[in-house]
Write a protein of this length. Sequence first.
Length: 117
Amino acid sequence: MENTQLEAAIIKAVEEYIANFDRYDSNPQVRINPATLEVTLVNGSDRLAEVEDSDEAIENAALAHGMANQEAMDYQVTQNPDFYAVKPLLRPHGDTSVPDRRAILAIARHYPPLSKL
């Protein structure tokens, strides 16, 4: 996935929030899996639960021994999603909001294209 595709996926998620803001809690998040660059829109409470699950997986991997321990921890770290609050990705436009392309592009540039991972 190239940065333009990631940018488009983030814009789509933000547009989904704008169209359905009443379905999300007060802290909606764009979730990006750094290994696959998959983008999803989640509630802030979902983010907290996922961070707890990730921490638990790392703790369980730490209990293992040797190479299996290192491989489990390395894999878990690559799967740990990054979260970005949606509200800073919005720009006022009349009576509504639109995706702030500058803020979204800054996030997309943070990730190398999948072909280079």
